[in-house]
Ligand binder design. Structure first.
Ligand code: SF4
Ligand code: SF4
Length: 383
């Protein structure tokens, strides 16, 4: 006779919310050996999966909200347990139960702001294109070559706006016919989806898709690997397929086609940090390196954990909104590693990574030792 779990309803709910693959786990623990959390504290995805299998995940605990969805464990798992889908399923269930604690307060605030203003910062929608003032950036029209879609962080954050401004200057210099949708843009919804707020994600996605179609968008250039991932891999769930290109790919193309000329040297030692959502999740490793290698004088070095083994910055999976203790930030390890390699600049191609790495650079008092730059910012300096 089959024994029925007393928590069968919860097991069924996790399954319905996308976590069916928990049942394949045989508790080998490989996920825990590669998880970046175990470099700074203790965390067990294996245990979380075990609890989900028995229908007893403790949804109020921080453990449920730790995973940054970096994808490192998924690459190692011998049973294809799909840890990211599983953890999102558990979070969806927690959000459905209305779990509310101090940890999740900023996530709730981001979620409300996304629903009201299309950005997570409680900032007015009308200010979304302020970053472009004085830069000769046009409103997108159908006949243009490409739509430039800077993410919320790149549109509103004072430091990260420099990425959008560098991108616009480069595109103008290369003669690219591009435009933005400004106040008509909404957050792509990637991070809020990872926190389990599926309804908010769907509403943002539908609005963006409608705006893109109404405005005749075919090709979208993005600064953020999180937008890249969502537009390319998740919007097709809504039968919407756009050509999506990340700035690292586009710059590489512009340089190779001779549309963008590099005229100056950059005589610095540079290490490159692979963002999880550009690298592991989407396989873009060579283009950002290719861009940096085109710059005369630039000495490129590889991080110890690079390409598919790259160490997460800590900001994915909605952790961008959750405060991480200074002693537990993966980005601290990244900054120390780059300094250990003798790098004067730690370059990357993701606004979330820049935010985390800048936080560690200042938190560790290394502002005079190393700079953190997006590759667009480096290119802007040499053209
Ligand atoms: S690596 Fe896969 S099979 Fe092994 S414990 Fe983790 S989830 Fe389970
Ligand atoms: S996806 Fe990354 S952060 Fe999440 S459990 Fe796996 S290794 Fe850890």
């Amino acid at each position: 006779m089959e024994t029925e779990s007393p928590f069968k309803d919860i097991i069924d709910e996790i399954k319905e919310l996308g976590g069916d693959a928990v049942k394949f786990c045989y508790q080998c623990g490989k996920c825990d050996t590669v998880c970046p959390w175990n470099k700074v504290t203790t965390f067990s995805m294996r245990k979380l999966i075990r609890e989900a299998t028995f229908g007893i995940p403790e949804v109020e605990l921080e453990e449920v909200w730790r995973c940054t969805t970096c994808g490192k464990c998924s690459k190692e798992c011998p049973r294809d347990v799909k840890q990211i889908d599983d953890v999102i399923a558990i979070r969806r269930m927690a959000m459905g139960y209305g779990v509310s604690n101090a940890l999740l307060k900023p996530v709730r605030s981001a979620s409300a702001s996304l629903a009201a203003e299309g950005n997570p910062f409680v900032q007015e929608r009308s200010k979304r294109a302020d970053w472009a003032e004085g830069l000769n950036v046009k409103t997108f029209t159908e006949e243009m070559e490409v739509l430039y879609f800077p993410c919320c962080y790149v549109s509103y954050d004072k430091r990260l706006r420099e990425i959008a401004q560098a991108t616009a200057s480069i595109l103008n210099k290369a003669g690219v016919d591009f435009g933005i949708l400004g106040t008509k843009e909404n957050c792509c919804g990637e991070s809020i989806r990872k926190t389990g707020n599926e309804d908010v994600f769907k509403s943002l996605a539908r609005e963006n898709i409608k705006t893109f179609i109404d405005n005749g968008v075919k090709k979208i250039l993005v600064s953020s690997p999180h937008c890249y991932h969502t537009f390319k891999n998740e919007y097709p769930e809504f039968k919407a397929n756009f050509e999506v290109v990340h700035t690292s790919e586009y710059l590489f193309e512009l340089i190779n086609e001779g549309r963008l000329q590099i005229n100056k040297e950059y005589a610095k030692k540079v290490a490159y940090h692979d963002p999880c959502y550009l690298g592991r999740h989407n396989g873009i490793y060579d283009e950002p390196r290719g861009v940096l290698k085109k710059i005369p004088g630039l000495e490129l070095s590889e991080m110890i954990e690079s390409r598919e083994n790259s160490l997460c910055c800590g900001m994915g999976g909605g952790r961008i909104w959750i405060d991480t203790k200074m002693s537990e930030r993966f980005s601290n390890l990244r900054i120390e590693e780059a300094i250990g390699l003798g790098a004067e600049v730690l370059a990357t191609s993701c606004p979330y990574c820049i935010d985390a790495l800048e936080g560690s650079r200042s938190g560790l008092n290394h502002e005079d030792v190393i700079q953190v730059k997006d590759i667009t910012e480096i290119i802007q300096e040499v053209i």
